[in-house]
Ligand binder design. Structure first.
Ligand code: AMP
Ligand code: GLY
Length: 423
């Protein structure tokens, strides 16, 4: 089978790497791919958001299956375009992708179907939003409605900060059209858990749970980023919590999407907070998490391609989804300055040594004509180690990460520290 994966980050490197183990796949392609993916798949220079071009390319090349990994092409309807050309794909169609693409949609869904989440108000009118946040209890969370590269969520400590956040989003167009509507919600506290689930619209099969580390700096300080590291499984996500999430959140969400006429196929990501009142949804993503995937897929024992096809063919109930009983840790190596301004084009050394004991997933890298690997993005590499215990996985990941250097390298030193405390 000829398979095309869409995307070019660490998540896609982890997906391509797992798919390359599948006996059914005879040729793997990735658009646009990156310096690491190039050693496993043929990279195709089409950007993930160029959905018409991608659909045409997949049809011309006779692809048997397409895996759409990033949010942009999913929200732009790439799965629908492929379907129209007779090509099956992994991922939700445009209507179902709204669960991530519009917070007004997802919050409304949770309210209508009584799925536990933060209390909120949605606004399309600037003056009404301002009036509300001037007297809302603080801290208060202001979220842009649409996609904003993970940056559209502002936790405001004071009413003044919330007024500025709303004004920047709704009047000054800080996040473009994504901020023309906003959601203002209650601030929740508790450990966070990411649960990525395979689903075919009716059956849901969760992957091993994980914990992302979103803030840029050690000690959970600094700006929010796309994610600086992950451990799996998440020790706060006990069997009891998992059963409760299945009952109160996962199954009701699937049923709600079906009732709304947009059943969800693919990977549904539940960003949860374990509050004193029970687990609540912080966000849904319509795709695999990044960097969660880099910690979760190395623990998967079942064939990823078989499971992906089962989500498309609606045969997930009969398909085994098995994970190893081990632990993993992924440490992200970023460019100095990320998530703000940073430099690229720095030579990376030590990859081979790191790869002796860990998996090194490329996120923002580029391979030169002479085979040298250079930095090419904010998050550059994800170094994942697997071990019997979480403690050993963390130690192994940092040992391997220590082998790698490039000018300006920045990482957090405490990935997994909070998880170890839970034990
Ligand atoms: P999101 O991009 O929606 O995942 O939000 C980014 C981060 O902001 C989350 O991982 C949480 O840490 C935090 N956050 C979002 N919504 C809330 C909330 N209602 N209460 C507390 N923290 C939140
Ligand atoms: N790691 C968070 C996300 O993928 O949205």
């Amino acid at each position: 089978m000829k398979v095309l994966v869409i995307g070019g980050g660490g998540r896609e490197h982890a997906i391509v790497s797992k798919l390359s183990e599948s006996p059914e796949i005879t040729a793997l392609y990735c658009a646009p791919g990156n310096g690491g993916i190039a050693s496993l798949a043929t990279c195709v220079p089409i950007k993930a958001a160029e959905v018409e071009k991608l659909a045409d390319y997949a049809a011309e090349q006779g692809m048997d299956y397409v895996v759409v990994a990033p949010d942009d092409p999913l929200c732009l309807g790439l799965v629908d375009l492929l379907k129209a050309r007779g090509i099956p794909a992994f991922g939700p169609d445009r209507a179902a992708a709204r669960i991530e693409g519009s917070k007004v949609f997802s919050k409304g869904l949770m309210k209508r179907y009584r799925i536990p989440t933060a209390e909120y108000e949605a606004f399309t009118d600037l003056s009404q939003a301002l009036q509300y946040v001037k007297s809302a209890p603080c801290p208060v969370v202001v979220k842009a409605d649409g996609l904003a590269l993970g940056k559209g969520v502002l936790i405001c400590q004071t009413n003044e900060e919330a007024v500025i956040a709303v004004t920047q989003m709704m009047r000054d167009g800080k996040f473009g059209a994504s901020g023309s509507q906003v959601v203002v919600e209650e601030f929740l506290t508790g450990p966070e858990v990411s649960v990525l689930c395979f689903t075919d619209g009716k059956t849901v099969k969760p992957m091993v749970s994980s914990m992302d580390h979103k803030r840029a700096l050690t000690g959970d300080r600094g700006l929010n980023t796309g994610g600086m590291g992950v451990i799996a499984p998440n020790p706060y996500y006990t069997k009891e919590v998992a059963d409760r999430c299945m009952r109160e959140i996962f199954l009701p969400t699937l049923a709600a999407m079906e009732k709304e006429g947009c059943p969800f196929h693919g990977c549904l990501y539940f960003g949860l907070m374990l509050t004193a009142d029970g687990p609540k949804v912080i966000e849904y993503n319509c795709r695999f998490g990044d960097p969660e995937t880099q910690a979760v897929l190395p623990l998967m024992e079942s064939d990823l391609f078989t499971v992906m096809q089962a989500t498309t063919n609606e045969t997930l109930a009969q398909t085994e989804v098995r994970f190893a009983d081990s632990a993993s840790c992924c440490v992200v190596l970023a460019s100095g300055g990320y998530p703000e301004k940073y430099e690229t084009g720095k030579a990376i050394s030590g990859l081979e040594n790191a790869e002796k004991t860990a998996r090194v997933y490329h996120a923002g890298t580029k391979r030169t004509e002479t085979g040298e690997i250079l930095t090419a993005g904010g998050r550059v590499l994800g170094v994942t180690a697997v071990a019997d215990s979480l403690k050993t996985a963390i130690e192994k990941a940092y040992e391997a990460a220590d082998c790698i250097s490039f000018v300006g390298l920045h990482r957090r030193e405490d990935i997994g520290a909070l998880a170890l405390k839970a034990r």
